[in-house]
Design a protein around this ligand. Structure first.
Ligand SMILES: [Zn+2]
Length: 233
C-alpha cells in the first residue's frame, strides 16, 4: 500500500501537462490533454496534510462551499480537484473564520469558490488562460498555491448571492476592484466584502473582486494534494 502511494505521488508530481488516467476517472477528450486531472483512485490515500494546514470547515461549519475547480463549472470546463475540500494555512484559516463571524453578525455569510490550490492545478489553469492579469504563472506561484488566498463572495440570509456586478472568473475590467462604473448597490456590496476581509488581513488583487490574499504571514508554494477521506488527515 505504501509503495503504491509513493508511486502514485511520483506520477502526479511528474505529470506536468499530461492528463492522468487513473482507473476510476472518466476518459478525457484528446483536445483537453493539456489539463491535469488530479483525481486519484478513491482507495488510494494521498499526501496527508497535517498541522501545517487547516480545513476551514473544522473552524466554522457555516461557510457555503461551492469549490468551482472541484467540478466542471469553471473556465476550464473540467474538474481539477479530486474532491471539494477547502484547506488554508492555519493563520489564514483562523482569520477567515473571524471574518465569517463578522459577516454573520451583519446577516451575511461567505461563499467559498477556491482556497488552497495545488501547484499542478496552477499549471492547468495557466495552459488554458496564459494571461498573467488573471492567472499567476506557475513559475511565480499564486498565493492560492501557498494556502494563503481565497476566492469568495457573500450570500444573504436567504442564501442568495449579493450582486457583485460580474460572475466568478469573469475576465474583464468590470471585475476589477478599481472599476467604479457600476450600480450603487454593487459598489456597496463590494465595499462591504473588501472592508471586512481587510479587517482580518485579506487584501484584494487588481483584477478580481472575489480574490483575497492573506498578507500577514508567508508560506512556501505547495504541490500537496489532499486526500478525499476526512479521517486520513
Ligand atoms: Zn483567487
Amino acid at each position: 500500500m505504501i509503495r503504491r502511494l509513493i508511486l502514485w505521488g511520483i506520477l502526479i508530481v511528474s505529470c506536468r501537462g499530461v492528463r492522468e488516467s487513473p482507473d476510476s476517472a472518466p476518459p478525457a477528450p484528446q483536445a483537453d490533454s493539456a489539463i491535469v486531472i488530479v483525481s486519484p483512485p478513491s482507495s488510494v490515500r494521498l499526501q496527508p496534510m497535517p498541522g501545517e494546514w487547516t480545513e476551514i470547515t473544522d473552524l466554522d461549519s457555516t461557510f457555503v462551499m461551492e469549490l468551482r475547480y472541484a467540478d466542471s463549472n469553471n473556465f476550464t470546463g473540467r474538474p481539477l480537484y479530486p474532491c471539494p475540500r477547502c484547506f488554508l494555512r492555519p493563520p489564514a484559516a483562523r482569520a477567515l473564520a473571524a471574518a465569517q463571524a463578522d459577516f454573520r453578525r451583519l446577516g451575511f455569510r461567505l461563499k467559498l469558490w477556491d482556497c488552497y490550490r495545488p501547484l499542478a492545478v496552477q499549471d492547468s489553469l495557466w495552459k488554458v488562460k496564459p494571461d498573467k492579469n488573471y492567472v499567476t504563472p506557475p513559475a511565480q506561484g499564486s498565493m492560492h498555491n501557498r494556502g494563503l488566498a481565497v476566492d469568495v463572495t457573500l450570500i444573504d440570509s436567504t442564501g442568495k448571492e449579493l450582486d457583485m456586478g460580474t460572475p466568478y472568473d469573469y475576465f474583464g475590467k468590470e471585475a476589477w476592484p478599481s472599476y467604479t462604473r457600476l450600480p450603487d448597490t454593487v459598489r456597496a456590496n463590494r465595499r462591504l466584502l473588501t472592508r471586512i476581509m481587510a479587517r482580518h488581513g485579506f487584501y484584494p488583487g487588481q483584477t478580481e473582486w472575489w480574490h483575497f490574499s492573506y498578507r500577514k504571514q508567508s508560506y512556501p508554494l505547495s504541490r500537496k494534494i489532499w486526500p478525499c477521506e476526512k479521517d486520513t488527515l
